[in-house]
Design a protein around this ligand. Structure first.
Ligand code: OGA
Ligand code: NI
Length: 369
């Protein structure tokens, strides 16, 4: 999820169009989408399964300390939580949901005006397709650089519906506010003396957004909507654009469903925050699965560090003789390694993170380096 460019993404069929004809046909599922082993191999457990954190209680001095313990436990053990009382106005959520839904309703030709270019993940299409034989996800996406505003490329931003940009702007500002608020409390939970310590690394608050459109699939046990991965970011805020369930997180080797909770945002710790916290916080592997007859749409707002940030355990956390569990690299190098790991066909973003883990015995790195 970088601002980095790279050559060689391959164009693949539009899944929304494919689903439209295929779901109503008697035809077999095209081979490149068949992932029966992956989709069916691991037991999945129903249930919302993740903690609930109340931002209102965190901000209220009377309940802050108590809720900080809830937040800390959620970040350390679960890596994912539902955030309630986040203060994002209903109207802002309503407008972005409406405009995203409208965008995907446009005819294919109108959406394709914003199609990805061969050397970039930005725009409408599918990311990370490197080979003709690679298995494909059952989803289309729109990936946008949102902040800083200079990083935007207007050609990828939907012109229809006309309020799209304004709605994203308003939601983006709210998401940035929520993320900064959370980062201050996380700094406190980590025992950092300066509450702004984590926030400093996100000055200007770089943000990207991935909107994913998962068409229905009549053979849900054969396809994956979004391949297992962890987010190569700091903090992700996920908005369910509609209320269809599909997100699953890996817990004790099993996939656990995360049900959308009315009015909540799903927050998850990304790889970078796991590294900064020296492993105190967990970046958890997750994926998305399909519904047999309902479309599902989600919007993930990724919060990234500034380009000059060092991605490595915070020195303050190593003061009392603690050992660094990850290597330190600068952010540009981190993203380069992330993309080369992807290109080398490592199974998921999560394997990318493993590159940085220092072996507990020998203090050397594991992985592909
Ligand atoms: C993502 C992501 C989950 C979902 O975009 O990184 O994990 O439910 N999305 O769409
Ligand atoms: Ni993700």
């Amino acid at each position: 999820m970088a601002h980095e460019k790279l050559g060689g993404f391959l164009a693949v069929p539009n899944v929304q169009e494919l689903a439209l004809t295929w779901n109503g046909s008697g035809e077999q599922l095209p081979e490149r989408y068949i992932r029966t082993e992956e989709a069916g191999a691991v037991e999945s457990i129903a249930g919302s399964g993740i903690p609930v954190v109340d931002l209102g209680r965190l901000l209220d001095p009377a309940s802050s300390a108590e809720e900080l313990a809830v937040l800390g436990a959620a970040c350390q053990h679960s890596g994912f939580f539902q955030l309630i009382n986040h203060g994002v106005p209903d109207e802002v959520i309503h407008d972005i949901r409406r405009d995203i839904t409208e965008f995907f309703k446009l005819p294919l030709e109108a959406k394709k005006v914003h199609a990805q270019l061969p050397d970039s993940v930005e725009g409408y299409g599918q990311a990370f397709v490197f080979s003709e034989t690679q298995k494909l996800d059952w989803a289309d996406m729109l990936y946008l650089m949102v902040r800083p505003t200079e990083s935007r490329n207007a050609r990828f931003w939907p012109a229809q519906p006309p309020s799209f940009t304004d709605s994203v702007d308003k939601f983006s500002a709210e998401a940035a506010r929520v993320a900064s608020s959370l980062l201050r409390f996380m700094a406190a939970d980590m025992g950092l003396e300066q509450p702004e310590r984590l926030l400093e690394m996100f000055a200007g608050q770089p943000q990207t957004m991935r909107v994913t459109y998962y068409p229905p699939c009549r053979e849900v046990n054969k396809v994956i909507g979004l391949s297992p991965h962890s987010d190569a970011t700091c903090l992700t805020l996920l908005l369910h654009v509609n209320e269809v369930q599909g997100l699953q997180i890996k817990k004790d080797g099993k996939w656990v469903s995360v049900d959308p909770m009315d009015g909540a945002l799903v927050v998850n710790i990304g790889d970078i925050l796991e590294i900064l916290s020296n492993g105190r916080y967990k970046s958890i592997e997750h994926r998305a699965v399909m519904h047999p007859d309902k479309e599902r749409i989600s919007a993930a707002m990724f919060h990234q560090p500034c380009p000059n940030t060092t991605v490595g355990p915070l020195p303050e956390l190593l003061k009392n003789g603690g050992r660094a569990r990850y290597k330190s690299v600068d952010y540009a190098e981190y993203m380069k390694l992330f993309f080369s790991a992807k290109f080398d066909g490592l199974k998921s973003h999560f394997d990318g993170l493993r590159i940085y883990i220092v072996d507990s015995q020998a203090s050397t790195s594991r992985g592909i380096m």
